[in-house]
Ligand binder design. Structure first.
Ligand SMILES: [Zn+2]
Length: 451
């Protein structure tokens, strides 16, 4: 059984797109503008990373040690932090560059992570002064890209500039997609990967640098036991590690008088929680039962790989279509200054209190479980509303053509009923996105009960 299944599961997991929601910042402006603790919080002074690290080197060292101990106890297949990477507060005496590098390697993120001072402005706000715009590579370690046709605008902050917590939080929530989790594996073509102790990449191509982040941005926590039996490597995903690391750093920063980094780390933690609200990031193959996966694989083993190859394309296309539609809608409403169903769902706090309060198990037991459970229904609703050519035709690769497709217009041309089906599906996911994000932030801020 194990040998039979492993090729198919590897193929499926290896080709999953590494993006989840296209631009987290846009969604977070909407999700948090309704939370007074964020929207009305006093502006904070921007602080360079190095000055936060220098001021709090000792408590940070203690926190990172305790996080490693926590992860050993709570995260399956957690590879302990190699002793050589432990953060030693004494490194502060070697200057800001050494300090920064020691911190990033102790977190086991890419040492090329920028963590620059910047914001991604709210597209509903007046356009920023062009003179304050930052080049892409000041903020991101990835080559400039335009994955969703939306583009990103970065605006410079200087140390000490006063900035709204909502802008810090929303901007940081998109940052983990800027190369922070790139090439962290033993077989990665990087100086740092082989030293990080994460082992070989569990799935995906170690030489496609962007796909190397996927195991940190997906969480296969609720697959059936037959799947895990066949492919234990699927358990080697680490969004829960990142959430724990950044949420803890956020609390430390708030507690020690560095509110800018409190909001910034909270935003980083939110990213991973939000990725898990995407059913295609919380499940291996939504809409395909384990039995069907096994059947498809058996055929591949018998020399008929057609169904396997088709499934890989269909999963990828559906993944893209869901995100593309959400992204197009949120950008269109910002441009028109008119709230649409996505914006309203993100602001909707009516279900916040229906979930458990934030805890160490929330991401896995509440968020990933809910997204995994929604996978089949979301898939059915996409099939019922979007042109079959985009979601049910394995000869078409949506990812390749996405930029040229006006998906909102295409779905509208299917008819009003179809449009409503898809929009209500996406609204459900965005309502969950907003509720879980606010609940996590309430947890970080030390509030246990949603109002
Ligand atoms: Zn992500």
């Amino acid at each position: 059984m194990k040998r039979l299944l492993i090729t198919t599961l590897l193929a499926v997991s290896a080709t999953s797109p590494a993006w989840a929601w296209s631009n987290h910042a846009l969604a977070n402006y909407r999700a948090f503008e309704v939370l007074p603790e964020v929207a009305q919080a006093a502006a904070v002074p921007a602080e360079p990373l190095e000055s936060f690290l220098a001021a709090q080197a000792q408590p940070i060292a203690a926190l990172l040690d305790s996080q490693d101990a926590w992860a050993r106890a709570h995260i399956a297949h957690y590879p302990p932090l190699p002793a050589a990477l432990r953060f030693d507060a004494q490194v502060a005496q070697q200057g800001p560059q050494a300090l920064r590098k020691a911190f990033l390697t102790a977190l086991r993120v890419s040492p090329e992570s920028r963590l620059a001072l910047y914001v991604q402005p709210d597209p509903w706000a007046p356009a920023p002064d062009p003179a304050t715009r930052l080049e892409h590579d000041v903020v991101s370690a990835l080559p400039a890209r335009d994955k969703d046709g939306g583009g990103h605008t970065f605006v410079r902050l200087r140390a000490g500039d006063s900035v709204a917590p909502l802008a810090v939080l929303a901007s940081a929530s998109d940052e983990p997609d800027y190369g922070m989790d790139l090439n962290l594996w033993e077989d990665s073509p990087s100086d740092w990967g082989p030293r990080y102790g994460f082992g070989k990449i569990p799935f995906g191509n170690p030489n496609l640098s962007f796909s190397t982040q996927a195991p940190f941005h997906m969480g296969y926590h609720h697959e059936s036991s037959v799947i895990y039996m066949a492919a234990g490597f699927l358990k080697r995903t680490y969004p829960l590690l990142r959430i724990h690391q950044y949420a803890g750093l956020s609390e430390l920063a708030f507690r020690t008088g560095h509110p800018y980094w409190g909001w910034r780390f909270a935003g980083l933690a939110l990213h991973y929680l939000q990725d898990l609200t995407q059913p295609y990031h919380a499940s291996l193959a939504p809409g395909f039962s384990s039995t069907r996966l096994i059947g498809i694989n058996l055929m591949a083993m018998l020399g008929m790989p057609g169904a396997k190859n088709d499934m890989v394309i269909l999963l990828s296309n559906r993944h893209f279509v869901l995100e593309r539609y959400e992204s197009q809608m949120i950008q269109a409403s910002a441009l028109a200054r008119q709230s649409g169903s996505v914006d309203q769902a993100l602001r909707d706090t009516s279900t916040d209190a229906s979930h458990p309060t934030w805890s160490e198990t929330y991401a896995r037991h509440t968020v990933a479980r809910q997204a995994h459970a929604l996978g089949p229904a979301v898939t059915e609703q996409m099939l019922a509303s979007v042109q079959p050519g985009y979601v049910n035709d394995p000869s078409f690769d949506f990812g390749v053509h996405a930029k040229d497709i006006d998906l909102v217009a295409e779905v509208a041309s299917q008819g009003e009923a179809q449009r409503q089906v898809l929009e209500s599906t996406i609204a459900t996911l965005m309502r969950n996105f907003g509720a879980h994000s606010r609940n996590m932030l309430r947890g970080i801020l030390g509030e246990t009960t949603p109002p």
